[in-house]
Design a binder for this molecule. Structure first.
Ligand code: GLA
Length: 387
């Protein structure tokens, strides 16, 4: 469990000028299906989980931003008129990004003192960065009493990541971190941001997240490259039908009919996305029909497509997926973040959890030389103030 008291006492020690800080939590997320569909305006099926970033925050009278990361045990100080990307303290960019975007949107902000920490693996595919952005935005909104709807808060956090941090992510992570409800999956339409909840009534099912511990060095540049390739394919379909807004508007038959017009590798990227969007709809049906076997098959074909067609896997992710999927009682396993390392999600029967853990611990280090970590995570409510 995260120690909120520790964060608060650190805050009080560092910033005696803010005696009454408030506390906000932004959860990480898993995504049951819908890999790289969000920025193609497709569907996703995520939920927030019981791993989170806690932000302890207080107002200042001036325009200074004083930040402290408990996990890195380091501080960072700047002023609101001097917010710029910092290469040495990468973590500070997520916080500065939120302030910068909100000010660019016209909000007159004052300085703040912040201490934060969390238990979401970093850069691992459970969206620690979105969780941090959302928790900071909640803190700014509440403490500075700005008029910002939940949806605009989500959009501002995505913009912070796109414009300030420089990762062209879609909206799924920030949306899931802010809008989730416990015991539900969020079926989100990324074209118009309408959503509904699908109840998670599966007492015998666990969400098992494994961290490959493979550093995602290529992650942001390859992520942006995938996004450009999807845009390239989208533009070709737009040329055929101006009503196409994103790959979401291309049906499977239309794709098959016209795919030769798209150069490689963009054609393969589009193929993954068009079929993956269809898989999200099928997965939602399978869940409604309590058909976990079917859901597992869909998970497995999603993973195959991410590996062979979208090409965002790596030997470590492949090893984790193969080991997990070989355990009886595992329905399916797939990458849950941008790819190139980080975490996988296995949908697994509770009765198979022990065997899954043992098999990963014995086989994964032998195959990769890395020591993995894993957790059973539970669905959770979206961001909140802790009172
Ligand atoms: C990252 C991004 C999301 C989404 C996923 C892949 O988590 O932040 O917007 O694109 O990758 O599904």
């Amino acid at each position: 469990m995260l120690n909120t008291d520790l964060l608060v006492s650190k805050f009080k020690k560092l910033y005696p000028e803010s005696p009454n800080p408030r506390i906000f939590a932004g959860p990480g997320r898993i995504n049951v299906i819908g890999g790289h569909t969000d920025y193609n305006l497709g569907f996703v099926l995520p939920c927030a989980v019981d791993r989170e970033i806690i932000v302890v925050a207080g107002n200042r009278g001036d325009d200074k931003l004083k930040l402290f990361s408990l996990d890195y045990e380091e501080g960072f100080e700047t002023t609101l008129d001097d917010l710029k990307f910092n290469n040495n303290k990468k973590w500070a960019n997520y916080l500065m990004g939120v302030f910068s975007v909100l000010m660019a949107d016209g909000f007159k902000l004052k300085g703040m003192n912040i201490v934060f920490g969390g238990n979401i693996p970093q850069g691992g595919g459970m969206s620690s960065s979105a969780a941090l952005e959302v928790a900071v935005a909640y803190a700014v909104r509440a403490l500075q009493e700005i008029n910002l709807s939940d949806l605009n808060l989500v959009k501002a956090c995505q913009k912070a990541e796109n414009k300030f941090v420089g990762v062209m992510c879609g909206i799924m992570d920030q949306f899931a971190s802010a809008m989730s409800k416990k015991d539900q999956l969020l079926f989100l339409d990324c074209a118009d941001l309408s959503y509904k909840f699908i109840p998670l009534n599966f007492p015998d099912l666990s969400f098992f997240v494994s961290d490959t511990k493979k550093q995602r060095t290529l992650a942001s540049s390859e992520y942006n490259k995938r996004r450009e390739q999807c845009t390239e394919a989208t533009n070709i379909f737009k040329g055929l039908d101006p009503k196409v807004r994103g790959l979401r508007d291309v049906s499977i038959p239309e794709f098959e009919k016209n795919k030769e017009k798209i150069p490689l590798p963009a054609r393969k990227r589009a193929e993954h996305v068009v079929y993956e969007i269809d898989r999200v709809k099928k997965a939602a049906e399978a869940l409604k029909n309590n058909n976990l076997e079917m859901l597992g098959e869909i998970e497995r074909s999603s993973m195959k497509s991410m590996k062979e067609t979208f090409e965002i896997s790596c030997p470590e992710l492949d090893a984790m997926v193969e080991i997990a999927d070989s355990v009886k009682g595992v329905y399916g396993t797939r990458i849950i973040g941008g790819g190139f390392g980080g975490c996988t999600l296995s949908l697994v029967k509770n009765s198979a959890l022990k065997e899954l853990e043992t098999k990963i611990m014995t086989e994964y280090p032998k195959r990769t030389g890395l020591l993995p970590e894993f957790w059973v995570v539970r669905s959770a409510d979206g961001a909140r103030e802790i009172v």
